[in-house]
Design a binder for this molecule. Structure first.
Ligand code: DLZ
Length: 509
């Protein structure tokens, strides 16, 4: 063979220009390697989904007439390291040229770049042909500004790509953002859409992964595996989402309901982040649903903002701040994760449901991630690096470029406020308003002190009290600090004592 092309586990896009015409001089290489399974402790389903999707992709390429070399996790020739495998394969095929698509993760990008620079054959990086923006485009858009307002970037993207814009150049519906229509709790109606995802049996593959010694956590669900594993399945699932869930996505996008992990969310993030789907086709289909009168503007705009706005924006934040972003810790938080992050065994019903769901399905929707798990982690002062590793490992859609800014920046405020203008924290009242968790919880959402008090309440006030020097001048927190200052001193003391007691026994909550 003349050339090798490396395809990473999150580059499963059959529409990439690489695959336009089969070329017998080119061998496509996919590899299952411990380097990638072990950089963090992964949820079993994440490993399974990526391996199964990679295997499916290799099959698809072969059927389309391409040459493929698939290095399985238990292949005796597997050196379990990308560049070592590549070096051996280049020699084996006598190839003179290696290409790879731009990796989305800094770690892998650096690894390939530095190794490639010292090889005797030519090494070429090509575009992954997936994102709307290049790595540096968001940074260029904001220039020297200290705070990067997503909303400004999002409007720019709407205009530039002509999404939800009317012919006069104004946003459809006369507004850019309909979020105040989108904050409904869900109380059993409208009825939830059916789960029409394909079911796969991966018991054989799971046995192979275990035999290879790969460590993991969470329920593998190997016999009843629900994630779309190729473009055809992802397209069918996209279509089903648009038909059955998108019309209600907006109103209930922040709602939570015990035992109902999906509600009206798309769960398309795994298919998107592995590049089975292109973001623009998802955006255009959602827009078409609005234009056809099938879904309200508030739902469609809210959904599109996540993909056209937020997703591209966080990627730009990632590339502007790597390396180093993963160790940010503006609030100096250092507590280890309570043991129940790995078991779900806590009596706090919201945490039990959100973490239990994460362990069961390798998935939780954004409000469970942000306003339950992330909220608690921030209030309790958990080490943001450890929180980041947990999120990166547990969620099926978590690749560092998207997970890191969401966790360290948006959720844990560990970058000191680049993404979020204030920390995303709340006491029990927000969780109670948006969910049915508090109704059957052993803790009392109304109590702030005492054995039965919801831990979020005292922790909430303690968080603001202990970070007063850093946060009190934030204009968006003026009301919070005003309320704290008005709180009688003996109540302040009781709240802080309660918080100290809670923090001393996090494992037992
Ligand atoms: C996440 C992951 C895992 C668990 N395993 C592999 C693998 O064995 N081979 C592979 O090519 N990719 C894997 N991935 C996805 C990579 O980590 C991903 O390509 C990088 O994070 C770059 O974004």
């Amino acid at each position: 063979a003349r050339a090798l092309r490396l395809i990473l586990g999150d580059q499963l896009n059959p529409l990439h220009s690489w695959f336009e015409h089969p070329d017998p001089g080119v061998v496509h290489v996919l590899m299952e390697v411990r380097q990638e399974t072990d950089y963090v402790l992964h949820h079993a389903q994440k490993i399974l989904a990526i391996f199964a999707a990679m295997r499916d992709f290799a099959r698809h390429l072969r059927e389309a007439g391409h040459r493929v070399r698939y290095v399985a996790i238990d292949d005796p020739s597997n050196r379990q390291d990308m560049t070592q495998n590549l070096a051996a394969l280049m020699a084996h095929y006598g190839a003179r040229e290696l290409s790879y698509q731009q990796p989305d993760e800094w770690r892998v990008s650096e690894n390939l770049r530095t190794w490639g620079a010292s090889q005797t054959f030519s090494v070429r990086e090509v575009d992954s042909e997936h994102f709307y923006t290049s790595r540096d485009e968001v940074a260029e858009f904001f220039g020297p500004r200290r705070q990067w307002l997503m909303e400004a970037f999002y409007r720019h993207m709407r205009q530039r790509h002509g999404v939800l814009m009317d012919t006069s150049g104004a946003p459809m519906g006369g507004r850019w953002n309909f979020d105040h229509d989108n904050r409904e709790p869900w109380q059993g109606t409208p009825l939830l859409p059916p789960d029409a995802r394909p079911v796969h049996d991966h018991r054989g593959l799971w046995e192979t992964v275990r035999q290879a010694g790969v460590q993991s956590f969470g329920n593998p669900q190997a016999g009843e595996f629900h994630w779309p594993l190729n473009r055809a399945q992802a397209l069918a699932w996209l279509d089903h989402f648009i038909q059955s869930a998108l019309p209600n996505f907006g109103a209930y996008e922040d709602a939570m309901s015990a035992g109902n992990p999906r509600l009206f969310h798309s769960q398309l993030s795994f298919a998107l982040n592995t590049k089975m789907l292109h973001p623009d086709e998802v955006v255009r289909q959602a827009q078409a649903a609005y234009e056809a009168g099938h879904a309200p503007l508030a739902a469609v705009e809210g959904f599109i903002r996540q993909i056209l706005g937020w997703r591209e924006y966080v990627r730009g934040v990632y590339w502007a701040h790597m390396p180093g972003y993963e160790t940010r810790n503006a609030l100096g938080h250092a507590r280890p994760l309570p043991a129940w992050f790995w078991t779900g065994q806590t009596t706090m019903r919201c945490m039990r449901d959100a973490i239990g769901n994460s362990l069961e399905n390798a998935y939780a929707h954004h409000i469970q991630r942000l306003m339950v798990i992330g909220n608690f982690a921030l209030l309790a002062g958990l080490d943001p690096g450890a929180v980041h590793q947990w999120y990166l490992g547990v969620y099926i859609d978590a690749f560092e470029w998207v997970e890191l800014p969401n966790t360290v920046g948006m959720s844990q405020f560990a970058d000191g406020g680049l993404l979020g203008t204030k920390p995303y924290v709340s006491s029990a009242s927000y969780i109670d308003r948006m969910s049915d968790y508090c109704q059957a919880c052993p803790y009392d959402r109304k109590q702030r002190t005492g054995d039965r008090a919801c831990p979020f309440n005292a922790l909430y006030w303690d968080f603001f009290a202990r970070h007063q020097p850093l946060l009190q001048d934030n204009r968006r927190l003026a009301m919070v600090y005003q309320q704290w200052r008005k709180t009688p001193e003996h109540v302040q003391t009781a709240l802080r004592d309660q918080a100290a007691l809670t923090l001393s026994r996090l494992d037992d909550l």
